[in-house]
Ligand binder design. Structure first.
Ligand SMILES: Nc1nc2c(c(=O)[nH]1)N[C@H]1C(S)=C(S)[C@@H](COP(=O)(O)OP(=O)(O)OC[C@H]3O[C@@H](n4cnc5c(=O)[nH]c(N)nc54)[C@H](O)[C@@H]3O)O[C@H]1N2
Ligand SMILES: Nc1nc2c(c(=O)[nH]1)N[C@H]1C(S)=C(S)[C@@H](COP(=O)(O)OP(=O)(O)OC[C@H]3O[C@@H](n4cnc5c(=O)[nH]c(N)nc54)[C@H](O)[C@@H]3O)O[C@H]1N2
Ligand code: SF4
Ligand SMILES: [Mo]
Length: 686
């Protein structure tokens, strides 16, 4: 029988599922969930059920390539690795000598979440003296909002949901993005819990809950403060818990809460007054209310403040005292492994080079007149598709004088603009150590097949580049497994010797946070800080979003699809077909007002750009909001631009995060010659 080998899902997903891979004749032929995994217990999402189709896709890049046509044309010719490394290092040496090494910018994010492969560019670029990248596209505002109230208190164990009697899935599309959270929430429901979702449209998660509350984008802070107002007015707060463990409530009550009436809240959130009151009542009366907070609501100009307001809820009702009660943003297991052994901050020059915010790549490539970026190295990220303000990013990538290298598994929208493309391994072809950010599991895994074609892993590529630069540090002569060993050196308060030995042996382990998620609170005052004097805004309050000042009538939500992960998985035809085509979901009243019919080709536009979609008229979105799901590859969309041509480079209130959901647009019919469905669908129809 063909062997089944253990691996871990490498994608940017909180679940970090255990996998079993069947290998035949050196090829992965089947991938399924590992039933012995203590957390994920064999359940994996549709995206990964045919991972072998990604790994052995005919679209895989198998050799290095050199550009032969205009930038963006996708015309390339194969070259050898030696030629590629020589060309890159020669160019970087010349640029560094002429302009300083900080004219080189690395750009990476989360193609793989393994601790070694994900971070393996850091030591290289630190030593090179390249510009640094602030990797803040995902959810730093969530962390900032949590931290403002709870300090360094660790996140709850997600399995606490099972003991809750009220689970609120707040701004999280768990059916798509966290299937094990949904599994546990549904189990809690079977045991009698009520499930509520708070979102901006009816996502697939809404099918599993007792009540879906659809609010105006970015109004969550208002909703949370309104709930506190109602609970205070009705005498439903836990005054003893507040007196003993919370600071700043009285000031909140005196200065902020009076304006947060149910009427003002309902108006801000676009829901009836009774819904605000009912939610407050249900929350206050629950024995152990559990809030699972997603990231969608944090990607706004007021994102961190919204999280702060919501984080006050469990404090004012004392939910933290009950098993099953509380709030989970994410688990941060950063302390478990000495990551600086990989990132090597000590390689940085003194003074350290400038930092470029990844959300503002467009500005960095087009607007730094004095010290322009002259070389870009992209690895495990697809900025031409996923980064806000796509028009600015692409204008930058089109610059003839920008030397761009892309290390990738596929010919992505970004790779099309490269001068040199390097083929990357998939997770089945390299070793790594994985830890979850939605739970406490960690696991080491080795390659289960040889690299496809001439692909190299991120780490191996940086070792080749280090050699090409003529560096003789022993650090760059190690293997990925040597680095994993370093991450597992010694024990610490997260993992004792036995756990560490089991990790070394490739078993899944559960890390133990060194302190409790239910207090003592790891804040400077030792209390839950509703008032935080170290914040520019010491008290939570209602802040406006960016886009409400922009003057377009419809809120746009660039949401996720269950059948892709950011711009990943579009290489699998079957998954892409399940997404139909790049659609814009609109409420019937908004469509009627614009004389637009279901299936019509439409264009959404704002001051940043315009994007073609196929209209889907549906009651799943409330009036005033439009939704598109997925980050499509350019070759499968009706127009020239994807949804991020409409999103902006503006940052969150705290954390310098992206504001991808803080967008407004207007929508019109497309010119009559535009095709309504994507090219791919059209091809299928003819
Ligand atoms: N299938 C799939 N899984 C994924 C991903 C994917 O693309 N596809 N992406 C992965 C990544 S990188 C991440 S960060 C996570 C993100 O996973 P989640 O934390 O679930 O975040 P999002 O899907 O961005 O947003 C969650 C929900 O928030 C809603 N939302 C948007 N704005 C607001 C608001 O103002 N208020 C409220 N209450 N809700 C709002 C959106 O409609 C969406 O349904 O998922 C990961 N998993
Ligand atoms: N409109 C819109 N924009 C979004 C989002 C959204 O929901 N909507 N989500 C946002 C969020 S939350 C995030 S986190 C970002 C994600 O941004 P990215 O992390 O850039 O996301 P991906 O689209 O997954 O692109 C990762 C790329 O890495 C490649 N890859 C995978 N493994 C490896 C490897 O081992 N080595 C190398 N070299 N390459 C590898 C994959 O082929 C893929 O093309 O996007 C953000 N942008
Ligand atoms: S994407 Fe998430 S749910 Fe799907 S297999 Fe990977 S870790 Fe599990
Ligand atoms: Mo993300």
């Amino acid at each position: 029988m063909a062997p089944q080998l253990r691996s871990v899902c490498p994608y940017d997903c909180p679940d970090t599922c255990g996998l079993l891979v069947t290998v035949e004749n050196g090829r992965a032929v089947k991938v399924c969930g590992d039933p012995e995994h203590p957390v994920t217990r064999g359940l994996i999402c549709p995206k990964m059920q045919q991972y072998e189709r990604t790994v052995h896709s005919p679209r895989r890049l198998t050799t290095p390539l050199r550009r032969t046509g205009p930038k963006g044309s996708g015309q390339f010719a194969p070259i050898t690795w030696e030629e590629a490394i020589l060309a890159i290092c020669n160019r970087w040496r010349a640029l560094s000598a002429a302009f300083g090494a900080d004219c080189i910018l690395p750009y990476s994010y989360a193609g793989t979440m393994g601790l070694v492969q994900r971070n393996s560019g850091h030591p290289f670029f630190h030593k090179l003296g390249a510009s640094r990248l602030a990797r803040t596209i995902c959810s730093p505002a969530k962390e900032a909002g949590w931290k403002a109230v709870m300090g360094d208190t660790p996140g709850l164990d997600p399995s606490d949901i099972l003991e809750s009697d009220l689970v609120i899935l707040w701004g999280i599309n768990a059916a798509a993005t966290s299937i094990h959270t949904l599994r546990d929430a549904r189990e809690a429901k079977k045991r009698g819990a009520r499930l509520v979702a708070i979102d901006t449209y009816r996502t697939p998660t809404a099918n599993h809950v007792d009540e879906a509350i659809l609010i105006r984008p970015g109004s969550d802070g208002a909703l949370a403060l309104g709930m506190i107002h109602v609970m205070a007015a009705w005498g439903l707060l836990d005054r003893t818990f507040i007196a003993q463990q919370v600071s700043g409530f009285d000031e909140l009550a005196a200065t902020i809460l009076p304006q947060c009436t149910p009427e003002a809240t309902a108006a801000a959130c676009g829901i009836p007054v009774e819904h605000v009151e009912r939610l407050a009542l249900v929350y206050a009366r629950a024995r152990a209310p559990f809030i699972r907070l997603g990231s969608g609501l944090t990607r706004y100009g007021n994102g961190a403040m919204n999280v702060r307001c919501i984080t006050c809820l469990p404090a004012v009702v004392g939910a933290w005292q009950q098993p099953g009660g509380g709030l989970l943003c994410s688990t941060s297991t950063g302390g478990a492994f000495p990551l600086t052994q990989v990132t090597r901050e000590d390689f940085l020059p003194d003074p350290p080079p400038r930092i470029i915010n990844m959300n503002q790549l467009g500005n960095a490539l087009t607007g730094l007149a004095e010290r322009p970026i002259r070389a870009l190295y992209v690895y495990h990220s697809n900025p031409a598709a996923i980064t806000p303000d796509q028009n600015a990013v692409i204008r930058g990538l089109e610059r003839e004088d920008l030397f761009t290298v892309v290390h990738e598994r596929f010919m992505t929208d970004t790779a099309r603009y490269a001068d040199i493309v390097l083929p990357a391994t998939s997770s089945l072809e390299h070793s790594d150590l994985y830890r979850s950010y939605g739970g406490y599991q960690a696991q080491r895994c080795a390659a289960v097949i040889s690299p496809v074609g001439e692909a190299h892993s991120n780490w191996d590529t940086f070792c080749l580049l280090a050699r090409g630069m003529g560096w003789d540090e022993p650090f760059f002569r190690q293997s990925a497994d040597d680095l994993i060993d370093r991450l597992l050196d010694g024990e610490n308060s997260w993992r004792d010797r036995e756990t560490t030995d089991r990790l070394r042996a490739g078993e899944t382990v559960l890390l133990t946070p060194p302190s409790s998620s239910r207090g003592p609170w790891l804040t400077p005052s030792g209390t839950i800080e509703i008032k935080n004097p170290r914040e520019p805004e010491p008290l939570p309050r209602r802040l406006p979003t960016h886009a409400e000042r922009d003057g377009y009538p419809l809120r746009l939500q660039p949401a996720v699809t269950p059948f892709a992960l950011n711009s990943g998985f579009y290489e699998q035809d079957q998954l892409r077909e399940r997404q139909d085509c790049m659609a814009l979901l609109m409420h019937p009243a908004d469509a009627a007002g614009r004389r637009l019919a279901d299936g019509a080709p439409v264009v959404a536009f704002n001051s940043l750009g315009e994007v073609s979609f196929t209209l889907r008229v549906t009651g799943a979105v409330p009036p005033g909001t439009v939704v598109t799901e997925g980050v499509w590859w350019r070759e499968f969309i009706p127009g020239e631009r994807g949804v991020n041509a409409l999103t902006s480079q503006r940052l969150t209130d705290r954390g310098e995060g992206s504001t991808l959901y803080d967008v407004v647009v207007e929508v019109r019919a497309a010119r009559s010659d535009a095709t309504g469905c994507n090219k791919y669908m059209t091809e299928r129809l003819v």
